[in-house]
Ligand binder design. Structure first.
Ligand code: PLP
Length: 457
């Protein structure tokens, strides 16, 4: 960016605004991309330039950027009251409706829903509930949490500890003690030479079991995983992975927590990512798509055994000492109920499968003509395209070439918003996308790839 005018929005942003997941030095040099408005799957910057938002913001705006029904649902809820809470036996009426709706949709029998406002709060809430569960069952020492390398579960201290990413830990002295990380089930990067998928799955489950035995099963409360790992590079686990891993966990009385923050509400071509990968969780964390991110709301869906443990704990008159001011906020709840109504009316699952198949075949066709695509992977409407120096050997690009960042910059020039994760390009468009939108992404992706490819030759 050329030097911004003093007092311009760009200059004030650099001066006053600390950005999430951003290098402050680079931000000072290049300045912000200031967004102005959205229309369906497109957004417009303050210069009027139009972009296809092929990341649905942060894997979240499943209904696009201008859904009037969500706006109306919020406005109507505000007409009733601007706020009410869920502490001390009180509840907004609509919060009951959303709890019931989530329990009817969730793949957990006899469930209850607990509300919070962010994905991080939801994943942390599951940790507390897991601790209660084991304490009530006479195992207060079962407190450690196992997550996976390259997983992402949020930014608060426990949620960040569960992330399997050095950048979430480095400056903060994390992970906290008792937060362990097992192998990432990445079939492209994680397999040994000549290792078949069955052997890979057996090795992953075996390594988890070794960790449990080493630490002592009586010290481990829960295992948390995204059904399909989003922020770590869109990693689809190999067939049979969760069945094998869950068999180990059940043997050692370790709870299974699904982080459905990205995968929930149709994203992977089923209502829940757990269904796509054969995961059978004791609890699940929901956020993002629950309201298409039009309001900050998240939820934990918890099964009967955890509810029973809570009931047992509260028998003596104690309370569940947990809660956020905005848990079950009536406006967020109204937006979420309307979002779910829209998912149901648009028949989101078959729609995602059809659009996902079209996007996949378009990306595969582009990849087939490229010399730098190692793998196109994903499910539903969630893809990762890994760029490599040599597809035959899977050799990665020299890190200094910053291929992912270059792709990102070129995509922006072309009016396409993707997310580079290292050299893997994530594509996760709003679920309302139609054929024309899919074709636009494919064409802009092709154009961007072709330029990047020529640059590295
Ligand atoms: N879990 C997953 C899988 C996520 O991708 C994210 C955010 O990207 C979170 C949890 C944290 O959600 P939030 O940023 O709302 O705290």
């Amino acid at each position: 960016m050329s030097q911004p005018a003093p007092n311009s929005a760009e200059a004030r942003d650099v001066l006053f605004h600390l950005h999430s997941q951003t290098n402050s030095q680079a931000h000072a040099e290049r300045g912000p991309l200031i967004m102005d408005r959205g229309e369906g799957i497109h957004v417009f910057d303050n210069q009027g330039k139009r972009y296809v938002e092929a990341m649905a913001g942060l894997w979240c705006t499943s209904l696009g950027f201008s859904e009037a029904r969500l706006k109306r649902a919020a406005a109507e809820a505000y007409d009733r009251f601007g706020f009410y809470h869920t502490f001390n036996h009180k509840t907004p009426a609509a919060t009951i409706d959303l709890a019931e709706k989530l329990c009817s949709l969730a793949p957990i029998p006899n469930a209850q829903a607990y509300f919070a406002t962010s994905g991080s709060e939801a994943t942390e809430t599951m940790v507390k509930l897991a601790w209660i569960y084991h304490a009530v069952h006479g195992k207060p020492g079962k407190r450690k949490i196992i997550s996976r390398d390259r997983g992402f579960h949020g930014s608060t201290i426990v949620a960040a500890s569960m992330c399997g990413m050095p950048r979430m830990h480095r400056e903060f002295g994390l992970p906290l003690p008792g937060f362990l990380h097992t192998l990432c089930p990445d079939p492209y990067r994680g397999t040994l030479p000549r290792e078949g998928m069955d052997d890979f799955v057996a090795r992953l489950a075996g390594s988890l079991e070794d960790m449990i035995r080493q630490e002592g099963a009586d010290t481990i409360a829960a295992f948390i995983a995204e059904p399909i790992n989003a922020g770590g590079g869109v990693i689809v686990p190999p067939e049979g992975y969760f069945a094998a891993v869950e068999a180990v966990l059940r043997r050692h009385n370790i709870l299974v927590l699904a982080d459905e923050v990205v995968c929930g509400f149709g994203r992977t071509g089923n209502m829940w990512g757990s269904q796509t990968v054969g995961m059978t969780p004791d609890m699940m964390a929901l956020a993002k798509g629950i309201s298409s991110s039009y309001f900050p709301i998240s939820a934990v869906v918890l099964g009967k055994p955890v509810q029973d443990a809570l009931a047992e704990m509260n028998k003596g008159g104690e309370i569940f000492g947990h809660g956020f001011t905005n848990s079950g906020h009536p406006v967020g709840v109204a937006v979420a109920l309307e979002a779910i109504r829209i998912y149901e009316e648009m028949d989101v699952v078959p729609h995602v499968r059809a659009m996902g198949a079209r996007l996949r075949s378009g990306l595969d066709a582009v990849a087939g003509k490229s010399r730098i695509v190692g793998q196109v992977r994903g499910a539903g409407l969630m893809f990762g395209v890994e760029l490599v120096a040599n597809p035959a050997t899977r050799a990665a690009f020299d890190i200094g070439l910053k291929i992912g960042a270059r792709f990102d910059a070129e995509a922006l020039r072309n009016g396409l918003i993707i997310r580079p994760m290292g050299d893997t390009i994530a594509i996760c468009p709003p679920l309302i996308i139609d054929e024309a939108g899919v074709d636009e992404i494919i064409e802009l992706f092709r154009r961007t790839l072709s330029t990047v490819e020529q640059e590295v030759e």
